[in-house]
Design a protein around this ligand. Structure first.
Ligand SMILES: *Cc1c(COP(=O)(O)O)cnc(C)c1O
Length: 379
C-alpha cells in the first residue's frame, strides 16, 4: 500500500531460487522462463557467483570513481576483448543509463569534431528505457504519453524498411540506435539484409551505429554480443540486464576513437562499476563464454518445440524467443503460474521466453509440457 502503482504484479511471493527454479513461500516450485527479464543469466544461487559476491562484500562494496578501480579495469578488458575492435568501457547501473550515456557520447563525438550533428534515428516499437533521453529514443507512444515535451533530436523509422531510414537521415543526423532483436517490442528480429544496409548507410554518411544490447547482450542469443550474428561493427554498444547476473550494472562500450570524446568530467556515475557489481559481472562473463554452445543448442531445441505447438509464429535466437498468439496473452502468465512455470507476455500478444542461460534440454521438455497445459482451451 506504500508503493507507487507502476507495475501490475502477479500474486506470488518467491522466497528463493536454485538453478532454473524459483520457490514460493509454501515451497511450490516453478520453472523460470523469464529470469528477472533476462537478468538472472546464471539462474539462482549460482555457487561461483555467490562466492565471488560474498567475498567481495567482505572486502569492499563501494569505491568512489575518484579512485583507481582494478575491478572495473579487469571487467572492461574482458568486454573489450570480446568486442570487434579496440574500445573502451564506461560503467553505470542500468540499461536506461547506458543508453543515456550512448546518446551523450554520440553528441559529444560530433561536437569535438566541430560538426553540428546531434540527431539520432531509432525504430518503431523499440525500447531503450524510461529516463528522458532513453524514453525519447523509444519509439512507442504508450511509453511516452503524458511525459511530453520529450528530449529533442530523435527521428523514428520503421524496422526492416531501409527506405524509411533513408528518409529520416538529415544533415544533422549523428547516428542510428537499434536493437538487433526488439525485446519489449515483441521479439521482433531485424532482418540480415536490413542490418547490412544500415551498416553501409552508416559508413557512407559517417553516421555512428549504436546497438542497444541491454537485452540481447551477454550470451542471450548464443553469441556473446548479438551483433556478431550479422557481422555488424557497432561504434557504440550498450549492456545491462544479464551482465551482473542479478547485481545492477550497465555498461557503455565504444570503439577507441569514439570513446575519446568522453574526457575527464564529461560524464559520470556515483555507483557505476562499483567493486561488488564488477565482481559479479566478472563471474557472469566467464561463465557465459563457456555456455555459448549450450545456449545455441538448447535455444534451437526450445524454438523447434515452440513451433511444434502450432499456436502461432515463433521468433528469436538462442534463449531469447517469442511466440506470437492470435489473441491477447496478458492473462496467461497467471495461468502458467498455476501450472508451475513463470512466463511473460509482451506487446499484448507475444509470449516471451528469456530463461536463465544455464537452461538444459530436460528443462525445455518440462517447459513445453507445462506450456501446452497452460494454452489448453485458450488458444
Ligand atoms: C530493459 C531494456 C532497457 C532498459 O533497461 P533498464 O535497466 O530497465 O533501464 C533498455 N534497452 C533494452 C533493449 C531493454 O531491453
Amino acid at each position: 500500500m506504500h508503493l507507487m502503482e507502476t507495475y501490475r504484479r502477479l500474486p506470488v511471493s518467491f522466497v528463493r531460487g536454485e538453478g532454473v527454479y524459483l520457490y514460493d513461500e509454501k515451497g511450490n516450485r516453478y520453472l523460470d522462463l523469464v529470469a528477472g527479464v533476462a537478468v538472472n543469466a546464471l539462474g539462482y544461487a549460482h555457487q561461483e557467483l555467490t562466492r565471488s559476491l560474498c567475498e567481495q562484500a567482505g572486502k569492499l562494496l563501494h569505491l568512489s570513481n575518484l579512485f583507481e578501480n582494478p575491478w572495473q579495469e579487469e571487467l572492461a578488458r574482458e568486454l573489450v576483448n570480446l568486442f570487434w575492435t579496440r574500445g573502451r568501457v564506461f560503467f553505470c547501473n542500468s540499461g536506461a543509463e547506458a543508453n543515456e550515456g550512448a546518446i551523450k557520447l554520440a553528441r559529444k563525438y560530433f561536437r569535438e569534431r566541430g560538426e553540428e550533428r546531434y540527431r539520432i534515428i531509432t525504430l518503431r516499437n523499440s525500447f531503450h528505457g524510461r529516463t528522458f533521453g532513453a524514453m525519447s529514443a523509444t519509439a512507442q507512444e504508450k511509453v511516452q504519453r503524458g511525459f511530453e515535451p520529450l528530449l529533442e533530436g530523435f527521428d523514428y523509422a520503421e524496422l526492416n524498411d531501409i527506405h524509411s531510414v533513408l528518409r529520416a537521415v538529415r544533415k544533422d543526423t549523428a547516428g542510428i540506435l537499434l536493437e538487433v532483436i526488439q525485446g519489449e517490442g515483441g521479439i521482433r528480429e531485424a532482418r540480415e539484409d536490413f542490418l547490412r544496409e544500415i551498416q553501409e548507410l552508416c559508413r557512407a554518411e559517417g553516421l555512428l551505429l549504436l546497438v542497444d544490447e541491454v537485452q540481447t547482450g551477454v550470451g542471450r542469443t548464443g553469441r556473446f554480443y548479438a551483433y556478431e550474428h550479422y557481422g555488424l561493427e557497432p561504434d557504440i554498444l550498450t549492456l545491462a540486464k544479464g551482465l551482473g547476473g542479478g547485481v545492477p550494472i550497465g555498461a557503455l562500450l565504444a570503439r577507441e576513437e569514439v570513446a575519446k570524446a568522453f574526457g575527464p568530467g564529461s560524464h559520470g556515475s556515483t555507483f557505476g562499476g562499483n567493486p561488488l557489481a564488477c565482481a559479479g559481472a566478472r563471474v557472469v562473463v566467464e561463465e557465459v563464454k563457456k555456455l555459448l554452445p549450450q545456449i545455441e543448442r538448447v535455444g534451437k531445441y526450445f524454438k523447434e518445440g515452440l513451433k511444434k505447438l502450432e499456436v502461432g509464429e515463433v521468433r528469436g535466437r538462442g534463449l531469447m524467443l517469442g511466440l506470437e498468439l492470435e489473441k491477447d496473452c496478458t492473462e496467461l502468465p497467471l495461468r502458467a503460474l498455476e501450472k508451475g512455470i513463470v512466463i511473460n507476455c509482451t506487446a499484448q500478444k507475444v509470449l516471451r521466453f528469456l530463461p536463465p542461460l544455464i537452461l538444459e534440454e530436460v528443462h525445455v521438455e518440462e517447459a513445453l509440457s507445462k506450456l501446452r497445459e497452460t494454452l489448453l482451451g485458450v488458444v
